[in-house]
Design a protein around this ligand. Structure first.
Ligand SMILES: [Fe+2]
Length: 144
């Protein structure tokens, strides 16, 4: 167990990365709910449930990340990442934007995982999210 200032330094960095992940999940939830509302035509049949599921997955991820921040004594962000959510009714653009969103989420969690030390429970919880992001990347790639 580290007791030096570096322990608090690394916690600070971890909290910042987790907050980045949380803000990204809040953005993802908004993006998927938006696309769920606007997806049109025959593809709505499959893509509306898909976007709805991704939105609720993002809420679950946000909840888990928020709990990790609380556990570390940090203050969780309440605003979404400000990266633009591209409005469109073209499902191809929706899927492209979804892919970019999931890829960036996976990258962020890979960084978070490298910073978690001495907390197996937190590591496992973030790792599960990381694997789900990778699965989503795979799924959207196949849809494109
Ligand atoms: Fe997520």
């Amino acid at each position: 167990m580290q007791t030096s200032a570096s322990y608090f330094m690394s916690n600070k960095e971890l909290i910042e990365k987790l907050n980045g992940g949380l803000a990204w999940e809040l953005r993802a939830a908004a993006l998927y709910s938006h696309y769920s509302a606007y997806v049109k035509g025959i593809h709505r049949l499959h893509l509306k449930p898909f976007f709805d599921e991704e939105a609720s997955e993002s809420h679950m991820h946000a909840e888990a990340v928020r709990l990790a921040i609380v556990k570390l004594g940090g203050v969780a962000v309440t605003n979404r990442d400000s990266t633009e959510i591209v409005h469109t009714t073209d499902y191809n653009i929706m899927l492209d934007e979804s892919l970019k969103t999931e890829q960036k989420a996976a990258e962020g969690y890979a960084q978070v995982l490298s910073l978690i030390k001495d907390d197996e429970e937190m590591y496992d919880s973030i790792e599960q999210i990381y694997f789900q992001e990778l699965r989503s990347v795979e799924e959207v790639t196949q849809l494109l």
